[in-house]
Design a protein around this ligand. Structure first.
Ligand code: PBG
Length: 312
């Protein structure tokens, strides 16, 4: 009876797996604050993607981890066709064709030597100069074969700037998943290790104040008006009210990102025997879907998909 009347159902096809690919490593390296999640080599990336496809997870979101020596003030390695992220996008498209949907993170923070998501002028991130660099990065990712680009830097006007650049380069079919309501969150902590971030300080001049709800509705509306194909709320569980609000007003699909800190907390408590890890994993994903997410980016994607297959 519970199954028959269940109002919310997860499906592996809802899940998007974020993955890290690193330059200069010869074997996959586990991220210590995210046990079970790895920085990949090209080879280990491909085998991890095969495993995801086998259980029905058909979309991945790729983050690049360049060598420190390739970082500079503008993050120019991000639009280098031979840069680690673009090489990985190309490799996955060659290997999996259109069986896999490949999304690339369109943000400079992994590639800048100061770790900010944009160009820093006089100590602050310059919004409009950053947009030009996002355009170059998005076009390089689309040239490499990305089906989706995902601007995560929270610069004003980033969706329109990227849409125009993609269209001008003949990439009308490449879609944009916009990080629309992204908070300056301490839940991103483990991600800094995952991408070897050089950041000192914080992102409060461009990411949102956790105290604000209304602002998220405005940010989301702006992204929709600029042509976003998907909008996103991030983090997920601490912001379910925001997610529900965005789901209510958005005419385009709504994604939510269960971030590194959310993963780390569940994983850590599970490993200590303090909670039932699998049950909390499924409950958290169900709650995110119930609140209104159509797609969920989660480091649990493969394990959750396995569980869903066992249960069905
Ligand atoms: C920035 C970016 C971040 C995450 C995804 N994209 C970090 C930040 O904004 O500080 C966080 C993802 C996570 O914590 O899992 N390009």
């Amino acid at each position: 009876m519970r199954r028959l009347t269940s109002e919310t159902r997860l499906h592996p096809a809802d899940l998007i797996l974020p993955m890290f690919v690193a330059d200069g490593i010869t074997e996959a390296r586990e991220i210590s604050s995210m046990p079970g999640v790895h920085q990949h080599t090209l080879d280990s990336l491909k085998s991890a993607v095969s495993e995801a496809l086998e259980v029905g997870v058909r979309c991945v979101d790729l983050f690049g981890v360049p060598l420190d020596s390739d970082k500079d003030a503008e993050g120019s390695e991000s639009w280098n066709p031979d840069g680690v992220l673009n090489v990985a996008v190309r490799a996955l498209r060659e290997e999996f064709g259109d069986d896999l949907l490949v999304m690339a993170d369109t943000c400079l923070d992994e590639f800048t030597d100061h770790g900010h998501c944009g160009v820093v002028v006089d100590g602050v991130v310059d919004n409009d100069r950053t947009l030009e660099l996002y355009q170059k990065m998005a076009v390089a990712q689309a040239d490499a074969g990305a089906h989706l680009v995902s601007p995560s830097g929270m610069m004003d006007g980033q969706v329109l700037a990227i849409r125009e650049a993609l269209d001008d380069a003949g990439h009308q079919d490449v879609a944009i998943m916009a990080y629309s309501a992204k908070y300056a969150s301490a839940f991103f902590g483990p991600f800094r290790e995952a991408v070897g971030s050089s950041l000192r300080g914080d992102r409060r001049t461009y990411q949102q104040d956790p105290a604000n709800y209304r602002e998220s509705m405005l940010e989301t509306q702006l992204d929709i008006d600029e042509g976003a194909d998907f909008v996103m709320v991030k983090p997920a569980l601490p912001y379910l009210d925001v997610l529900a609000g965005v789901a209510e007003m958005s005419p385009v699909p709504v994604a939510a990102y269960q971030v590194s800190g959310e993963y780390a907390m569940i994983e850590a408590a599970g490993r200590n025997g303090w909670i039932d890890r699998d049950a909390v994993m499924m409950e958290s994903l169900t709650s995110i879907k119930r609140a209104g997410a159509n797609q969920i980016l989660t480091y649990f994607a493969v394990d959750a998909a396995k569980k869903l297959r066992q249960e069905s």
